[in-house]
Design a protein around this ligand. Structure first.
Ligand code: HEC
Ligand code: HEC
Length: 483
């Protein structure tokens, strides 16, 4: 089937069912169609309504338009090359052990292959990451490391599972973030602003109190200004000539090493992520451009995705996300996200940002680009097999109550990861919040959906455009599975 045929086949199907379907609410197009079918109106109206029908149904049908260059921000390749070094360099972390790539590695689908990451206090990569008992972590990172594909697309305006960093033009920095007025200005994009956060997080990169000058500054609450955490990180980068020369060559406003600010570092890292993992060359993209057909199972999966299974109502558009928040009843694993003054293991998701009751346990709809490669799935990585995730997602209440803990992939670490799932009241609270409706499909249909999701795997983007550097200017060890 070619792309043009999908609306037509849908149209034919609609014709067959328009007047017979026993549904309380007809779509406008169905009503128009039905009127036509009954033959009340003349040919001209039929044609007219056909056009309305096609435009309405194609948009409701939601098969996206192919992605084009103008959907992405422009990236300077040299800036990306500088960002590449910083992304793989543990120099940005308090104890100089954790790089962005520790949790976002291309060989692990730009994640870390774990349900929940171990940042500072861990050693090794992916499932081989172990606790460093000389410097044990305080806790696991409370959420699953997100994939970094297509973040250069202009449509990304909210970041993190709960959207706590988002574009907000009413604020001076142009952003709404947990730091509010502490947030400095000068970011090239929201992706750049995001980079300010992992370096401040004790569990991710900063390390723990009194272990290093950066974690101490974070604990004192000194982030901005001289001697603040960001300034201290910038000083480290300034002191390495290979970096400072690179910065001076690329940015007009940087004349000497001392001019390098953290916003420049984060702008370069953002340029790298945007350049490196743009993904618009999957088999599905070729299909959208009319260059390739899908096989029967993929095609059936696509019809389910955009039809009966209703996936596209949330996983919408060419990036497969509506950028909205939904409570889908994912099991909660790990330490959760309590505020400083609280002690619980809940993760209330979007509610933590908005305080709005209807946002309880709601998380951002993830993009499904390269989804086969980005497991474990869910905000807490509760499922390590995509098939199991989809089955649960189709019937979330039932799945939540029958959740099997062996679905996670966690490194050995002495922590009680099941405080929520072992507590019936907590589980019920998650279950009661679910807004996604159960959908019944056969096992064969689940396989077809999986086959369709497979068409989003873009091996070219997985490898990245610049790849992993051989060495980084600090001389520190690059996180790599082979080394
Ligand atoms: C210890 C693991 C860890 C490290 C190190 C880490 N991250 Fe992440 N990253 C995560 C986790 C976990 C999330 C999801 C956090 C959340 O939603 O609360 C995330 C989210 C993100 C996102 C948001 C993606 C989206 O779709 O919203 C970006 C971008 C990102 N990280 C980039 C970076 C960069 C750049 C660095 C280095 C400066 C970095 N990360 C270091 C674990 C890590
Ligand atoms: C009501 C909106 C909604 C619908 C409908 C929906 N999803 Fe989701 N989906 C989400 C949200 C929200 C998440 C993230 C949940 C979480 O992490 O807590 C998600 C997560 C996923 C993930 C995991 C991705 C990752 O990176 O962890 C996959 C795969 C997925 N959905 C596929 C599907 C498929 C296939 C369908 C149709 C059968 C579907 N979804 C229907 C909202 C929806």
């Amino acid at each position: 089937m070619k792309i043009h045929d999908i609306s037509i086949s849908y149209f034919t199907k609609l014709y067959k069912t328009a007047c017979t379907r026993n549904r309380a609410v007809f779509s406008i197009s169905q009503i128009l169609l039905c009127i036509n079918l009954i033959g009340i109106l003349n040919m001209r109206f039929l044609l007219f309504s056909f056009f309305i029908l096609v435009s309405l149904e194609v948009s409701a049908n939601k098969l996206p338009l192919p992605l084009k260059d103008s959907d992405y921000r422009f990236v300077d390749e040299n800036e990306a090359k500088l960002g590449q070094l910083l992304f793989y360099d543990p120099i940005l972390s308090g104890n100089k052990e954790v790089a962005c790539a520790t949790c976002h590695h291309p060989s692990l689908g730009t994640g870390d292959g774990l349900s929940l990451s171990l940042g500072d206090g861990g050693k090794g990569l992916g499932i081989n990451r172990i606790v460093d008992y000389e410097n044990p972590p305080e806790q696991r990172v409370p959420r699953n490391a997100q994939p970094l594909f297509n973040l250069g697309a202009k449509q990304f305006k909210t970041l993190f599972h709960d959207g706590r960093v988002e574009v907000d033009l009413l604020r001076p920095s142009g952003l709404r973030t947990p730091l509010e007025e502490e947030m400095v200005e000068g970011f090239s994009s929201i992706i750049s602003a995001q980079t300010m956060f992992p370096v401040l997080s004790a569990d991710e990169m900063a390390g723990h109190y009194s272990e290093n000058e950066i974690s101490e500054a974070v604990r004192r609450g000194t982030l901005t200004g001289k001697g603040g955490a960001w300034d201290l990180i910038s000083k480290r980068v300034q002191s390495i000539p290979e970096y400072s020369n690179f910065f001076i060559n690329i940015y007009d406003h940087i004349k000497t090493a001392q001019d390098i600010k953290f916003t420049d570092i984060s702008n370069a890292v953002a340029a790298f992520m945007e350049f490196e993992w743009r993904s618009d060359t999957s088999p599905f993209d070729d299909f959208l451009k009319g260059k390739q057909n899908l096989n029967i199972s993929q095609e059936k999966g696509m019809e389910l995705f955009y039809g009966k299974a209703n996936c596209s109502s949330c996983h919408a558009g060419a990036l497969f996300t509506d950028h909205q928040f939904h409570a889908t009843g994912q099991p909660q694993v790990g330490p959760g996200k309590a505020a400083r003054f609280q002690s619980h293991s809940r993760d209330l998701g979007r509610f933590r940002v908005t305080g709005n009751i209807k946002d309880k346990y709601a998380f951002r709809t993830p993009s499904l680009r390269n989804v086969e490669l980005t497991g474990p799935w869910g905000h807490a990585g509760a499922y390590s097999k995509l098939e199991a995730f989809i089955n649960a997602h189709l019937n979330p209440q039932l799945a939540l109550y029958n959740y099997d803990k062996s679905n996670v992939t966690l490194t050995k670490y002495d922590a009680n990861d099941w405080k929520i799932m072992d507590n019936a009241t907590e589980v019920k609270a998650i279950a009661d919040s679910i807004t996604i409706k159960p959908i019944i499909v056969s096992d064969g249909e689940v396989m077809d959906i999986l086959a369709f999701l497979g068409t989003l795997t873009d091996t070219k983007s997985q490898k990245g455009r610049l790849g992993i550097p051989e060495t980084v200017p600090s001389g520190l060890k690059i996180p790599n599975p082979q080394r």
